[in-house]
Design a binder for this molecule. Structure first.
Ligand SMILES: Cc1cc2nc3c(=O)[nH]c(=O)nc-3n(C[C@H](O)[C@H](O)[C@H](O)COP(=O)(O)OP(=O)(O)OC[C@H]3O[C@@H](n4cnc5c(N)ncnc54)[C@H](O)[C@@H]3O)c2cc1C
Length: 382
C-alpha cells in the first residue's frame, strides 16, 4: 500500500516515519522549494514525547533539545500563578515535555526517512479513481497512491477543495517569535515561565532554552486582525510592553534581531467533524488547528500520526481505517482546541482589576482541577 502525504511539516514527517515503520510505502510532497532552518522553538508536550518514544526517536530528540525541570505561569512581577513540574510528569506519565529548536526537530525527523521529501510540490487538486487517488501539483506533475494524507496545515488546500471546513477563527492576538543566541545561566536553562502582563490585553511573553546556545522567545498581544506593523515597530512594542517585567526577560529581548522576528496572527480552525472523504484523510493542523495557548498543536499532529498509522494497520479498507482514526482522535483534539480558545479569551481580558481577578482565579485553581488537566493532556494510551 502507498500513501501520498501532502505537507512535510511536523505532522507529515511524523506520519511518514510511523508508516515507514509499519512497512508502508509513502511519498511526502512539500510545497516549499527547500527546507529552511525555522527560526523558532517549540515545546513538545510529554504526550508527543510518548509517541516519539514509541517510534524510537525520543532519546535523540531529548539529547538535542533543552532540559526543563519546571514550567510556570507568572505575573510580570514574578509571582507564580501556576506550575508544572516536568520531573513529576516523567514520574507519573513516563515522559517529559521537551523544548527544542524547530530546525533541529525538522532535521532530525527528515533524518529518519528512507524516502526523501519531494520539495517544490504544491498540491492543487486531488482526484479519486477506481481503487486509487491522484494528487496534482502546480508544476503539472502528479502522484498516484492508495490513500492521500492531507498534512498541509491550517490553510489546507486539500481540505478546502476536497472536503470543506467551517472556516477560521481569529483569536484577537498576534504573536512574534524568534530565537536568540545567548548563554543563559544554568538555573534559567531548566525553567521556563509564561509571563502575563499587568494590564492584560493579551500581553504575554516567554523564553526557554532549546539546546546549545539557543533561546526561544515569544510574545503575544491583542491586536485587530492584520494590523500593519513592521518588525522594527514590533520589536519597539515588545521592548515597551516588557520593560516592567522581572527576571531575565529584558536581557533576552535586548538580543532580538528585528529582521528575524516571525509574525503569526493566531487563528484556529472552527472544529469540523469532516476529517475524511473516500481515500483522503486530514491530519494535524489541517484537521484541527488550535491556538498555541496550550502548546499542543504539533503535539496533537504527532498523536494523529501514530494513531493513523496504527488504524491503517488494523483496517485494510481506507474508509474503515479513517473512521477508526477519527473516532479515537476527534473528541480529544476538539477539546484541546476548545480549552486553548478559552485561554486566548482569558488572556485578552483588559484592565488592572480584571487582570487581578483573573490571576487570583488562576493562582487558586483547585489542585484536583490542575491534576485532571494534566492527566487529560499527558496520560495518553497509544
Ligand atoms: C506562535 C505559535 C507557537 C506554537 N507553539 C507550539 C508549541 O510550543 N507546541 C506545539 O505542540 N505546537 C505549537 N504550535 C502549533 C504547531 O506549530 C502546529 O500545530 C504544527 O506545526 C502543525 O503541524 P502540521 O504538520 O499539521 O502543519 P504545518 O506545520 O503547518 O505543516 C504543513 C506543511 O504543509 C506544507 N503545505 C501547505 N500547503 C501545501 C500544499 N498545497 N501542497 C504541499 N505542501 C503544502 C507547508 O509548507 C508545511 O510545510 C505553535 C503555533 C504557533 C503559531
Amino acid at each position: 500500500m502507498k500513501a501520498i502525504i501532502i505537507g512535510g511539516g511536523i505532522g507529515g514527517l511524523t506520519t511518514a516515519i510511523a508508516l515507514q515503520q509499519r512497512g508502508w510505502q509513502y511519498e511526502v510532497y512539500e510545497a516549499a522549494p527547500e527546507y529552511k532552518a525555522v527560526g523558532a522553538g517549540i515545546l513538545l508536550g510529554a504526550n508527543a514525547m510518548k509517541v516519539y518514544q514509541q517510534l524510537g526517536i525520543a532519546d535523540a530528540l531529548t539529547s538535542q533539545g533543552g532540559h526543563l525541570e519546571q514550567l510556570y505561569i507568572k505575573d510580570y512581577k514574578g509571582k507564580i500563578l501556576q506550575q508544572i513540574d516536568n520531573n513529576l510528569l516523567q514520574q507519573q506519565y513516563g515522559s517529559r515535555s521537551v523544548p527544542i529548536h524547530r530546525a533541529t526537530l525538522q532535521a532530525a525527523l527528515l533524518g529518519y526517512l528512507d524516502e526523501p521529501v519531494r520539495t517544490g510540490k504544491k498540491c492543487i487538486a486531488v482526484t479519486e479513481t477506481q481503487g486509487g487517488i491522484i494528487a496534482r501539483f502546480d508544476d503539472g506533475s502528479e502522484a498516484k497512491g492508495d490513500i492521500l494524507i492531507a498534512a498541509d496545515g491550517i490553510r489546507s488546500a486539500v481540505r478546502e477543495h476536497y472536503i470543506g471546513s467551517q472556516g477560521y477563527r481569529y483569536s484577537g492576538q498576534t504573536c512574534w517569535r524568534t530565537t536568540v543566541t545567548m548563554d543563559l545561566p544554568a538555573a534559567e536553562r531548566i525553567v521556563t515561565s509564561e509571563v502575563w502582563g499587568g494590564r492584560g490585553n493579551g500581553v504575554r511573553a516567554s523564553f526557554m532554552h532549546v539546546g546549545g546556545d539557543q533561546v526561544y522567545f515569544w510574545f503575544t498581544r491583542r491586536f485587530p486582525e492584520g494590523t500593519p506593523l513592521t518588525n522594527e515597530e514590533a520589536l519597539a512594542l515588545i521592548q515597551r510592553e516588557l520593560a516592567s517585567f522581572s527576571g531575565h526577560m529584558k536581557e533576552v529581548v535586548a538580543r532580538i534581531d528585528a529582521s528575524k522576528l516571525i509574525r503569526s496572527d493566531l487563528y484556529d480552525l472552527a472544529p469540523t467533524k469532516n476529517w475524511h472523504k473516500g481515500r483522503v484523510v486530514l491530519l494535524g493542523d489541517a484537521a484541527h488547528a488550535t491556538t498555541p495557548n496550550l502548546g499542543q498543536g504539533a503535539s496533537q499532529a504527532i498523536e494523529d500520526a501514530y494513531a493513523l498509522a496504527d488504524s491503517l494497520s488494523r483496517h485494510s479498507a481506507p474508509e474503515a481505517a479513517f473512521q477508526h482514526y477519527a473516532s479515537r482522535r476527534m473528541a480529544r483534539a476538539h477539546k484541546i482546541v476548545r480549552i486553548s480558545w478559552q485561554l486566548a479569551l482569558l488572556t485578552n481580558w483588559q484592565g488592572a482589576i480584571a487582570v487581578a481577578f483573573r490571576n487570583f482565579m488562576v493562582r487558586n485553581m483547585p489542585a484536583g482541577t490542575t491534576k485532571r488537566q494534566l492527566d487529560f493532556l499527558y496520560n495518553i494510551e497509544l
